[in-house]
Design a protein around this ligand. Sequence first.
Ligand code: SAH
Ligand code: SF4
Ligand code: F3S
Length: 480
Amino acid sequence: METANKTAIQIEAEAPVMEPQRQFYFMDLAKKLVEERSKKAGRPLTFHVETFGCQMNARDSEKLKGILDTIGFVPVDTEEADFVIYNTCTVRENANNKVYGRLGTLSTYKKKHPDMMIALCGCMMQEEHVVQKLRESYRFVDLIFGTHNIFKFAELIYQAMTQKEMVIDIWKDTTEIVEELPIDRKYSFKSGVNIMFGCNNFCSYCIVPYVRGRERSREPKDIIREIEKLVADGVVEVMLLGQNVNSYGKNLEQPITFAQLLREIEKIEGLERIRFMTSHPKDLSDELIEVMAQSKKICKHMHLPLQSGSDRILKEMNRHYDKERYLSIVRKLREAIPDIAITTDIIVGFPGETREDFLETLDVVRQVRYDSAFTFIYSKRSGTPAADNPNQVPPEEVKANFDELLQEVQRIASEKAKELEGKTYECLVEQVNEHDKSLVSGRLSNNSIVHFPGDASLIGQIVDVKLEECKGFYYIGARV
Ligand code: SAH
Ligand code: SF4
Ligand code: F3S
């Protein structure tokens, strides 16, 4: 930790110790500074938040924006802003490389605008070698913090505004969950809601448990209160977020299951749709399937990462299920909720994966017939057990299998999409179509996208739409 400096110590003497009061205190101080500086500049100070990675990061970025907004910065679309922050991801190597590449561009902006501030946060910052590299070769960065102390953003930004040296504050882990800080939502009608943080599963390829820390569930009453407030503010759809939502609540003082939480959320009046991700197959209960089948609000979509279809590889991955168990969950889901869409994540080229192992994955893909699938080439993450495995698969072999898998996944997905042609479904309108302004785009309960004639007044409404033509992965429709 490098937070201790004169400014911080002086302020801490008067700042409240309790959260979130402490952060509101720093928001006030930072706001005064922003006011002074924008008066001097003769224009408002601007900010830009760039998000990499998953929905957790997207939600965290809304928290960053909420603070920046509160202290008086105004959002802009360009990275040529007074305050730029990258919320980083490190799940695969290419996520990492993107950040270094773009930092180069930022440094040229900063040469033009020396008062510009550059901040980095998120999962990548929890890796020591990353921070070391930034400290040595990216001296123009003003502020670096990690995933565990994002609630301290107001305090850190104030510190970075009042000192010349790079501010670095990385925590190894935390048990703290700070509620009630400002959040600036991207959409007025839908919102992510964290129900838990961290992960305890340690899949052998995955860096997330190391950078997001141990699993912590939020209290149900805090989750319900947050959703009630969102609904009062116009939200009709929530996405409950966690690395493994199926183990929600196990470690609370008064344990509760994910299915029980869903039952409570279902009761919130005015809330129309409930989504969640991600479900780990090992903890998916019959109770959850039952709640989904009975629910009027839970969307007919299950994202159920497979990772591999080979029992041997699944064991090496530390996933705690085998092919048969996975397939039996899929069967149960389809029996209970016949029109449910099932999507997945698959990794190709895990160390030691043979052609036979790969064919097992392909077999599951053909049996399940996914509505869509994210396919990834295995990326070695230092610090994870799989990275030390000497049997890394040659890249040419991985690439050939990956291409074959992708083709199969896409062929099946478009066949499945075609099956719904001509049917009518409820759709939540999300935005005016980016390419054709006479159309709006919306999402069905099963997560498919449909474009149909309409205007901005429909945004946030749930309307009936007939899927007239399937275009592979989306539909063209019409209101009925
Ligand atoms: N908690 C979720 C996944 C979060 S990471 C779950 O357990 O399902 C999202 C996806 O990234 C994973 O499902 C996995 O398919 C992929 N992934 C994670 N680590 C990876 C790695 N080292 N290389 C390639 N893909 C990886
Ligand atoms: Fe990573 Fe596994 Fe945790 Fe998902 S469950 S975040 S894949 S360790
Ligand atoms: Fe990436 Fe962190 Fe999410 S590593 S996938 S942003 S939890």
